[in-house]
Design a protein around this ligand. Structure first.
Ligand code: PLP
Length: 357
């Protein structure tokens, strides 16, 4: 129950023991079609350009930013968590000039601040983190943020690593141009093939770049050969990870995406109520509480590291501490995918209660 990877569903583990076929085998091409269709369902998008990027969440993140950002573009990034900082590094490496919209760690972005940043800097690309794993904050008001960006003809990139498949996310309805994620959080799948989706408007920008992106491996205009209609070789796909993500996405579709969001709300809601009953608070306010990652305030006088070690040593249960500005101040307790089960919450309450005695 840490910040990811979450427990992997036994069906996904079983799918990973399927014998390998070639990455251009007709049976594998059918699996690729399935993955793309199921990924569209999970992202709530009709985007043609919806693929698993070979690599971890940072690979889909770099594919998004490294292709969309061209040298000389101004890129607006948030300062309210660890992963906004990673976006900044990637945007700079892509040749972008970075400007900030500020909010403290543990708070969401305020649309008024985003509006001011747009008026001041006129960015070409705006990146934000929908579910900040470092702080347990869910960014509310996403349609408000995307409409500010679109009024300025900018493109919106959303980090959905800790929201996809666990927290309400509507890529098309909310006007998100590019969204990326990772498989090891609410999809409960091992890392290795990471979801990415781009709408036509974003793909038009990518395909009309004057300069090729700096990464050959993540160049979407080349990856189109493999994941588009041709199905021609670009690199050898991580076959086993593609089997895994297909099974994980099938589990999402079988449960139903809305029911799955509801399960996360319900189970994490029990966790939240439980820690509150123990006299502990959550760092984020209810409006921006992130069910998949619960940031629980460490009570005064408690050594967070010692409590984390205690639950690992005595209960074999993983939870994590805060990072950066919140180091020592919060416990980060994941409630993601297959791990989001009532029994796990009951077990956690016992373990944490004892650790804090
Ligand atoms: N973005 C967010 C919000 C994350 O939580 C993570 C990983 O935890 C990443 C990006 C990077 O993903 P990965 O560690 O799989 O490369």
């Amino acid at each position: 129950m840490g910040p990811g990877p979450s427990d992997v569903h036994p069906r996904v583990l079983r799918a990973m023991s399927t014998p390998l076929v070639g990455h251009l085998d007709p049976s594998f091409i059918e699996i690729m079609d399935d993955v793309q269709e199921l990924m569209r369902y999970t992202f709530r998008t009709d985007n043609q350009w919806t693929i698993p990027v070979s690599g971890t969440g940072s690979a889909s993140m770099e594919a998004a930013i490294g292709n969309l950002v061209e040298p000389g573009d101004t890129v607006l990034v948030p300062t309210n968590g660890y992963f906004g900082g990673r976006m900044e590094s990637m945007a700079e490496r892509a040749g972008g000039s970075v400007v900030h919209v500020d909010a403290p760690w543990g708070k969401p972005l305020d649309p008024a601040d985003v509006q001011d940043a747009f008026d001041e800097h006129q960015p070409d690309v705006f990146g934000f983190v929908h579910a900040e794993t470092s702080t347990g904050v869910k960014q509310p008001n996403v349609p408000e943020l995307t409409s500010i960006a679109h009024d300025h003809d900018a493109y919106v990139v959303a980090d959905c690593v800790t929201s996809l498949g666990g927290v309400e996310l509507e890529v098309d309805d909310w006007g998100i141009d590019v969204a990326y994620s990772g498989p090891q959080k609410c999809l409960s799948c091992p890392p290795g093939a990471s979801p990415l989706t781009l709408n036509d408007r974003a793909m038009d920008k990518v395909l009309s770049r004057e300069e090729a992106p700096r990464s050959w491996y993540l160049d979407l205009s080349l990856l189109e050969g493999y994941w588009g209609d041709d199905r021609s070789y670009h690199h050898t796909a991580p076959i086993t990870n593609v089997y895994a993500i297909r099974e994980a996405l099938r589990l999402v579709a079988e449960e139903g995406i809305e029911d799955r969001w509801e399960r996360h709300r319900r189970v994490a809601g029990a966790l939240k109520a439980g820690v509150e009953a123990m006299g502990l608070g959550l760092n984020p306010e209810d409006d921006y509480w992130l069910p998949s990652l619960n940031a629980v305030l460490v009570p005064d006088g408690v050594d967070a590291g010692a409590a984390i070690d205690y639950v690992l040593d005595h209960y074999d249960l993983e939870i994590a501490g805060g990072l950066g500005a919140l180091a020592g101040d919060i416990f980060r307790i994941g409630c993601m995918g297959y791990s989001a089960q009532s029994e796990n919450v009951a077990f956690l309450m016992t373990a944490l209660g004892e650790a804090l005695e």
